[in-house]
Design a protein around this ligand. Structure first.
Ligand code: GTP
Ligand code: MG
Length: 237
């Protein structure tokens, strides 16, 4: 995930350059929609800021109630226009705003890193019952890791953005992971790109082993938490 600190007024970085669009000439409809396309990142940015605020409120509530928040950190980013176009091409969609809004779920992306696996599920359970967030899809790569060992919980949500024209539900992808999963995914990302997408088999196998080690660490931390909880006679933790 290319990161932009969501607190930065990064709109200027998000403007779609006409030259990006010109690469896709030949699709006149798409070119005709260029003006609206240019305005979209701003809408996604507002929706992402709204989502960030909702998560911050949860964090504060958790802090007040339990004395600490299991959310370690949050990162947000808006997908670069070029990446959006490349992804649409890769997935075989014609370039139209409709297709983009329908099929590209991670234009607005948020990563929430939690201390414990359990808290990831607690957080998602909570998101699922809120009326101001629609959970559209959950991919549980924690219960079912990817073949390379990747673990995270991916949730596609929609956030209501109230505009003068009416309410628009804007999609966002939330990736939830533990610190151990985040460590692994960051390392894998670096190695993968360093080796130009051709990992030697023994490296891939060792990476997978590292993912298992990260998982064991998470399980161990949960066990320790349980033990501490018993010692403190059920204080919330
Ligand atoms: P994408 O085209 O990558 O979006 O695939 P998808 O729509 O099927 O989504 P998926 O849920 O598989 O993955 C979406 C995002 O999760 C990626 O853009 C990465 O940020 C992250 N991700 C998925 N798989 C891996 C992985 O094997 N390693 C790392 N480091 N990140 C991954
Ligand atoms: Mg995706």
């Amino acid at each position: 995930m290319e990161e932009h600190d969501s607190t930065q007024p990064a709109l200027n970085q998000l403007q779609i350059h006409v030259k990006d669009l010109q690469q896709w000439q030949g699709n006149e409809d798409f070119a005709n929609q260029a003006e609206e396309f240019k305005a979209l990142p701003a809408l996604y940015r507002h929706a992402l800021n709204d989502l960030q605020n909702k998560i911050d409120v949860i964090k504060t509530e958790w802090q007040i109630r339990d004395g600490f928040s299991p959310i370690e950190h949050i990162k947000s980013r808006i997908k670069e226009p070029k990446s959006i176009l490349q992804k649409m091409q890769r997935k075989g969609y014609e370039f139209s705003l409709e297709n983009m809004e329908l099929h590209i779920h991670d234009i607005a992306g948020m990563r929430i890193v939690c201390a414990f696996v359990k808290d990831i599920y607690r957080l998602v359970d909570h998101l699922s019952v809120r009326e101001d967030i629609r959970v559209l899809e959950i991919k549980d790569y924690i219960a079912f890791p990817k073949p390379n060992g990747y673990q995270s919980l991916h949730v596609i949500v929609a956030i209501p953005l109230v505009l003068m024209e009416g309410t628009r539900w804007v999609k966002a992808e939330i990736q939830l992971r533990t610190l151990a999963m985040d460590f692994w995914a960051s390392m894998e990302h670096i190695l993968y790109y360093k080796f130009d997408k051709q990992l030697p088999p023994h490296v891939a196998e060792e990476l997978k082993e590292a993912a298992r080690a990260a998982d064991e660490l998470d399980q161990k931390m949960l066990r320790l938490r349980r033990e501490i909880l018993e010692l403190t006679e059920g204080d919330s933790f």
